[in-house]
Structure formats: C-alpha cells, structure tokens
Ligand binder design. Sequence first.
Ligand code: UDH
Length: 300
Amino acid sequence: LPEAPSARPGPTAPVLPPCPDSPPGLVGRLLIEFTSPMPLERVQRENPGVLLGGRYTPPDCTPAQTVAVIIPFRHREHHLRYWLHYLHPILRRQRLRYGIYVINQHGEDTFNRAKLLNVGFLEALKEDSTYNCFIFSDVDLVPMDDRNLYRCGDQPRHFAIAMDKFGFRLPYAGYFGGVSGLNKSQFLRINGFPNEYWGWGDWAGLFAHPGAHSSLAVLDPRISLAGMKISRPDIRIGRYRMIKHDRDKHNEPNPQRFTKIQNTKLTMKRDGIGSVRYQVLEVSRQPLFTNITVDIGRPP
Ligand code: UDH
C-alpha cells in the first residue's frame, strides 16, 4: 500500500530555539545624527528582511513576545524616515518579532496623541491577535543604545528615560513619556489611555506614580491606581536623541492639562480603551510600516 501522505518524510519547518534573553550581536552605544538626507528608498534597501507593513520575525529563534510598535503621527514624514532608518536594525538585532504601526490623525483639528495610541492598540490586535506587547513611541525619539530592549515585562516599562533635551536625565520622578510599553493585560488594567485629552500636555505623567510632579501633589494617575510600578533600564542605557523641531500647529498646550490629570481617579474608568470611538479611513501596508489613517473627531 502507498504510504499515507502524512507519514511521508518531507520538508518541515525547523523548530527554532527560543530567542535568548540577552541577544548576541548587540553593539551597545550608537552614533545617532539627523543631518544626512534619508530617502525612504535607502531605508528600504538597507532593511531587506522587513516584510510588507513593517513586520519582522527573527530567522533563527522563536521570540517569547510579539511586539506592536505604535507611533502617533501627523505631518512628520521627515522624522519617520530617520526613525525607521535607526529602529529597524536595532529591533532586528534585539531578535524581536514585531510590527510598526503609524497612526496618522486625519484632518487639521487639534492633535490627540493618547487617543491615537488607543486606536493603535486596537487596530494592531485586529491585524494580529498574537500581539502581546505594545510599545508607544514618539516619532522623533531614537534610542542611543541597542541594549535598551523593546520588550514588555512584569511592570509597565519606560524606555526614554534620558533624553538629550532633558540633559540625559529623567525630568521628574514619575515621567513616563516619549517611549513606553505595556503588555496587553497591563494596558487593559489601566483602561488604556484617555481619549478626552486634546492638544499638548505632559499627559504621560498620568501613568506615573503619585506625587511625581512637584507642582502636582495630588497627582493620582493610572499606573499607580492600577497597583503597578514603572520599570526602567539603567540610566546609561536609556539614552535618547530627539529630532529638534518647533511646536506643531494644532497641538498647543491644553490649559486644562493640570486639572485633567488630577481628576484621573474619577475619569479613568469611563474614559479609556473601553470607550474609544473612531473611524479608520485607510490602512496601507508600506514596505517599512503600516499606515493607519484615522478620523478621531475633534474636541467638544
Ligand atoms: N505628533 C505628530 N504630529 C503633530 C504633533 C505630534 O506626529 O502635529 C506626534 C509625534 O509622534 C511626536 C509626538 O506626537 O513625537 C509628541 O508630540 P511633540 O513632539 O509635539 O511633543 P513634545 O513634548 O514637544 O516632544 C512639544 C513641543 C516642543 C516645542 C519646542 C520648541 N523648541
């Protein structure tokens, strides 16, 4: 009798070992500059292993997590090219399985970073339900050391702890801005980000611990309310360069920013990932990232 097809030896996918906790081949401190021109074609040429939509899986090991990197965005194409140029090789060396999601706010109404991040969380999961780590990164922040691993841990992680613009120091104890990451259950535990905070504000302070900001003694933000603590890399490793820029149009400081943060305890349950309303206008898979253009409405 002919052999049953399932019993026939044939090419099977090799079983890859788990990716190591400390990836070999990291280079440590990196030289980051934003002066040479950076055409997208070049970035594409230099990252042939990255698949459509900005997806990557290590060829030689099985990562423990699948990471969605979410970037809030509008009119910063120039910054995005540098970000992609620097980050793809870093994330690859870190042996991550990842996807890059640029959440592009449609129209010219007031910018809303936090709401865009909520959209990114939901839309990334719609595309791939195996995402279990979400890293939220400003488009203008590039790590200066590849040992700053873009992974999630047992507490929410703050990555951009020593930016050049703050003299390579944490600006205040509870700072959680710029680049931060939460796994899926941590994100759901804080009900995601607020949707009702329009314009510029140090909204990231919302996720820090109480008393973080000297001028805001009653600060009572989401991470501590949910009983969690921020984890951070070593100060020598968590260094970042920010691409210098002027304040964008339609992202003026919100005068209510201090009162809003103080009211987190009251608003956190009703305003967050559970109540976000938006309309996706376009999903386009580019060679180095997925662009999601979204209508998030405007402030009341
Ligand atoms: N962002 C956009 N487009 C905008 C506004 C914000 O893409 O129009 C995104 C982008 O990812 C940016 C992030 O939101 O990195 C945070 O916004 P921001 O860079 O404006 O915030 P930051 O606190 O700067 O870094 C505030 C203005 C500083 C002016 C300094 C003048 N010297």
